[in-house]
Write a protein that binds this ligand. Structure first.
Ligand SMILES: CC(C)(COP(=O)(O)OP(=O)(O)OC[C@H]1O[C@@H](n2cnc3c(N)ncnc32)[C@H](O)[C@@H]1OP(=O)(O)O)[C@@H](O)C(=O)NCCC(=O)NCCS
Length: 251
């Protein structure tokens, strides 16, 4: 199945659940996961646009940060929220890594609310840490603006990332989520993620790079490690890689 076809099916299911009495057409342009654009008009979310991050989007990520309250920021921390001076550089780096096809990263915008979501697969272009196991395992992150949570957008984002990862021939997707994050847990379980164990996770930085000693994290938190296996024939390698990652994480 092509990425475009997979995204059509995902959007159809989303529209029929969120707007069952509406006939909404979605325009999808997605030759690949690096240049994706979905436009859709729903009564509750007019002018919905889901698209790849592109040059000039760093200020948009800054705005998105203002749409997350302290609880959401604590749960979603790929950026150093508590270091205002470091934030612009971190957003620039996120855009650079997307345009360089290191990470596949997206934003959700709506005509009424502006930017309302941000989600990504770190190392979608290749994960040097999983490669020794002869597998590709990108890492998932997602956040929806506080005012727009609980409307299906988080689940939609995860399903889009699963389709992108499949299209990029990834073997699995990994994520970690804090204990007590019920919305995150339910979202991931609904999308088929398995709970593998607990891992001490660095916050505010690239998780795998920090675990490998490449960057320093100011703080750590024990979180649940979850995975979605795409290529079942490589399940054992995926589980070995992720078990080793749990074992070598700092105590
Ligand atoms: C986690 C998050 C991305 C989920 O996105 P969302 O748009 O709010 O969730 P959805 O509306 O798509 O719901 C997905 C599932 O989670 C469930 N859910 C949503 N909010 C919930 C809540 N507060 N408590 C319990 N379950 C919840 C929904 O019922 C749905 O399951 P269902 O299909 O069985 O009904 C979003 O809440 C968020 O951004 N939270 C703050 C940042 C964060 O935690 N990011 C993830 C870090 S690991």
């Amino acid at each position: 199945m092509t990425l475009g076809t997979a995204l059509h099916e995902i959007m159809q299911k989303f529209v029929s659940k969120q707007a069952p009495h509406q006939t909404a057409t979605c325009e999808i342009a997605a030759d690949n996961g690096w240049a994706l654009k979905i436009a859709c008009d729903l009564t509750g979310l007019p002018g919905l646009c889901i698209r790849s991050l592109s040059d000039g989007d760093a200020p948009l990520l800054q705005v998105f940060g203002t749409k997350l309250g302290p609880v959401s920021k604590d749960l979603f921390c790929p950026y150093p929220w508590h270091e205002p001076n470091a934030l612009p550089g971190a957003f620039q780096e996120a855009v650079r890594k997307t345009t360089a096809r290191v990470d596949a990263s997206y934003v959700i915008e709506s005509a009424h609310h502006g930017v309302i979501g941000h989600f990504f697969l770190w190392k979608a272009g290749g994960n040097p840490h999983s490669r020794p196991y002869q597998i590709e395992v990108p890492e998932l992150g997602v956040a929806i603006a506080d005012d727009c949570q609980g409307r299906g957008l988080g689940g939609l984002s995860v399903r889009i990332l699963q389709a992108v990862a499949r299209d990029l021939r990834a073997d699995a997707i990994e994520l970690t989520t804090a204990f007590g994050n019920q919305a995150g847990w339910n979202t991931y379980r609904q999308c088929g993620f398995e709970y593998l164990g607990d891992i001490n996770t660095p916050l505010g930085v690239d998780v795998t790079a920090a675990l490998a000693g490449g960057v320093a994290a100011a703080s750590y938190r024990v979180e649940r490690q979850m995975a979605y296996v795409i290529r079942e024939e490589n399940r054992e390698r995926v589980l070995s890689y992720l078990a080793e990652k749990r074992k070598t994480a700092p105590a």
